[in-house]
Design a protein around this ligand. Structure first.
Ligand code: TYM
Length: 347
């Protein structure tokens, strides 16, 4: 995918360093961080990938776990192929412009827009009064994250689509309210959602998304699971008693079967139709081990690199420090222009 010739390609995305990254994060987002990083690099564009540690404050958290998970997440991303020589890789906490721009955009974002966010409704549940303010204003920080770097492409899973639409609305309203028509300040970001793996589902419930916050470890494959664990989780994954159909239509109403076939398809690069042409008629006693092997083949090398990288805390901190210095530099023009557009006087 490429943007208009006159717009340099600017890829921006973030991931929360809470819990262990799982197969949904990998197939829904991380694979595309790497693909778009390489595409941007080849086209003379830029790629910014950050750990959304400020977003992690929206839910109860343990400070010590957050520090450890932040380093683990850098090691994971690099193990998956995010290359600090091609990508500006950093954590938000070291780039104050994210929080500053959020405040500047709070004047533009509307309460009604935030009230409609499904993630806010899901996560706050019935206890809205007891939810943190950060959980409510979280999407404005997410808008600041991408608008600060004038993102053109934002690789994310399906669950982030609504937040990206909000970022576009905020950008559009700010441009309308504070900029000349021929000189808009913010680029409208486009979500880049993988067609095949937009929403990887729980291994225990084909109607719930695979998630770090699911209390059951058996619901997800973590990127750092060893081969035995991977095979055990896949063999125990919930399915129905029917064999696989030979055509896609036969997966209708079979959410768990569809999820396993989708995972196989995303990992193998084959379409769902092709996977079914190869495996149609097989029972899960045969298909699950084949899927387990494919997962082990993909995640094995990532695991080995992760084990090596995570030994060296200093090297991981140095990657973040270098990335943060670059990000502070690259975000400054947009932040300055935002202060100016709003008429704020600075020395
Ligand atoms: P987070 O940390 O929950 O997830 C990181 C990325 O993984 C994708 N993802 C999935 N994709 C497919 N199937 C799944 N089951 C699945 N679970 C997660 C998410 O869509 C996401 O792309 N708010 C964001 C982080 C963020 C961000 C940003 C993203 C902060 N600022 C700016 C993009 C741009 C989040 O909590 O993602």
């Amino acid at each position: 995918m490429s943007s208009e010739p006159s717009t340099p390609m600017r890829v921006v995305s973030g991931i929360q360093p809470t819990g262990k990254p799982h197969l949904g994060n990998y197939l829904g987002a991380i694979v595309n961080y790497v693909a778009l990083q390489d595409e941007a690099h080849a086209a003379g564009g830029d790629c910014f990938i950050f750990l959304a540690d400020l977003h992690a404050l929206s839910q109860p958290h343990s400070p010590a776990d957050l520090t450890a998970a932040t380093r683990e997440m850098v090691a994971t991303l690099v193990a998956c192929g995010v290359d600090p020589a091609k990508t500006v890789l950093f954590n938000q906490a070291q780039v104050p412009a994210h929080a500053e721009l959020q405040w500047l955009l709070n004047g533009t974002a509307r309460m009604g827009w935030l009230n409609r966010m499904t993630q806010w409704k899901d996560k706050a549940g019935k206890n809205r009064e007891g939810a943190s303010v950060a959980l409510f204003t979280y999407p404005v920080l997410q808008a600041a994250d991408v608008l600060l770097y004038q993102a053109t492409h934002v690789p994310v899973g399906e669950d982030q689509k609504q937040h990206l639409e909000l970022a576009r609305d905020i950008a559009q309203k700010f441009n309308n309210d504070f900029c000349r028509e021929d000189a808009p300040l913010f680029t409208l970001p486009e979500p880049y959602i993988p067609p095949a793996a937009a929403r990887i589902m729980s291994l225990r419930d084909g109607t719930a998304k695979m998630s770090k916050s699911d209390p059951s470890e058996m619901s997800r494959i973590s990127l750092t699971d060893n081969p035995d664990t991977i095979m055990r989780k896949i063999k125990k994954a919930k399915t129905d008693p029917e064999p696989l159909p030979s055509e896609e239509a036969g997966l209708e109403g079979r959410a768990e079967a569809l999820n396993l076939v989708t995972i196989y398809s995303a990992l193998s690069g084959k379409s769902v139709g092709e996977v079914l042409a190869d495996h149609g008629g097989q029972g899960f006693g045969v298909f699950k081990p084949a899927l387990g092997e494919l997962l082990i083949e993909t995640l094995g090398p990532i695991n080995a690199r992760f084990a090596e990288l995570s030994q060296d805390e200093e090297a991981l901190d140095a990657i973040l420090a270098r990335g943060a210095a670059q990000a502070r530099e690259r975000g400054r023009p947009t932040l300055d222009a935002t202060y100016e557009a709003l008429g704020l006087v600075r020395g």
